[in-house]
Design a binder for this molecule. Sequence first.
Ligand code: NAD
Ligand code: TYD
Length: 338
Amino acid sequence: MKLLVTGGAGFIGTNFIKYWLTEHFDDEIVNFDKLTYAGNLENLKDLENNPHYKFIKGDVADPDDVRVAMTGVDIITHFAAESHVDRSILAPATFIKTNVLGTQVLLDAAVEHKIKRFHHISTDEVFGSLELNDHEKFDENTPYDPRSPYSASKAAADHLVRAYYHTFKLPVTISNCSNNFGPYEHPEKLIPLAITNLLEGVKIPIYGDGKYVRDWLYVIDHCRAIDLILQTGKIGKTYLIGGLTKDISNIEVVKMICEIMNKNFDQSVEFVKDRPGHDRRYSVDWSKINKELKWKPDHDFKTWLQKTVEWYKNNKTWWKRVKSGEYQEYYQKQYGQK
Ligand code: NAD
Ligand code: TYD
């Protein structure tokens, strides 16, 4: 089986490629990535000499780039996206180009190449915001109500994927997952930002009152869910994927990180201006994928947050190079100019 993994040099894509080649070592993977600021090929250095792994630099929104990558591909797992809400508020246009146009270009190529499965990786953020102190959760029937340019662009992409299933009979599946955490996450996102700021003695910025709730899932549980959907998921269906946390606020997450790292919370944080349109609460009901595909999260938040802290402590060079931008020189040194 040959898989085209778009966005494989990003956080979840990197973890997925490593997971896949461990679990399915006979398969071939083509990692197709534009290497934006979020793509870091150094993550996959250990696979450079693996004959089952190949990297192709390209843009999902460019039909010529996509055509080159598509040769002999059986399955597409589409991770490539602009993924950071704060950046989508500063500059929405790239989000529309990559997340919406890029998905459409890839879908067209998938139809043309008669791809056996197009799996689209999406987010719980397409459903909008839940109330605090409420027991409501998102499920597969929750209406879409995206509220940031990021979530709106992901929602548009989800609609396109379903449209290609109905109109062109493209064999698609979609997963909407909650917030992931784990190794190789860019330190612009809350958990790695908090850990690396503490390691550097810099205060952790907490937006607004900090009483925002996210549903957290360890990244490998997400990869395993995608694997199961590819193996036994029903064509045309959507699966929600979520974690084991019970309404944990950003303040509580940061407090846990401070405790793990023996730091005083009050001295380590600063409350800063809120994010515009900040979604209050996300919570995911993952009973459908549990019932139909027997998936459940294996990794509890506390233990794996500790392990994530350890990973960042042990990989200082990795995140220091990311924070300084040095990792971006790696592609040029390794592969030369495109
Ligand atoms: P990321 O920002 O870490 O990585 C994105 C990758 O896509 C990078 O390697 C980047 O270079 C690549 N990319 C960006 N634009 C591209 C383009 N035009 N063409 C080709 N490659 C391009 O993102 P992530 O956190 O790994 O998220 C991956 C996917 O999972 C995204 O679709 C995101 O919406 C979804 N998702 C993420 C989370 C999360 O918590 N991180 C949760 C649910 C869903
Ligand atoms: P983030 O990691 O950006 O993921 P998302 O917005 O996609 O859920 O943020 C997680 C939560 O942490 C969100 O409520 C915003 C908040 N946050 C802060 O309070 N401070 C920060 O510096 C960042 C990056 C996020």
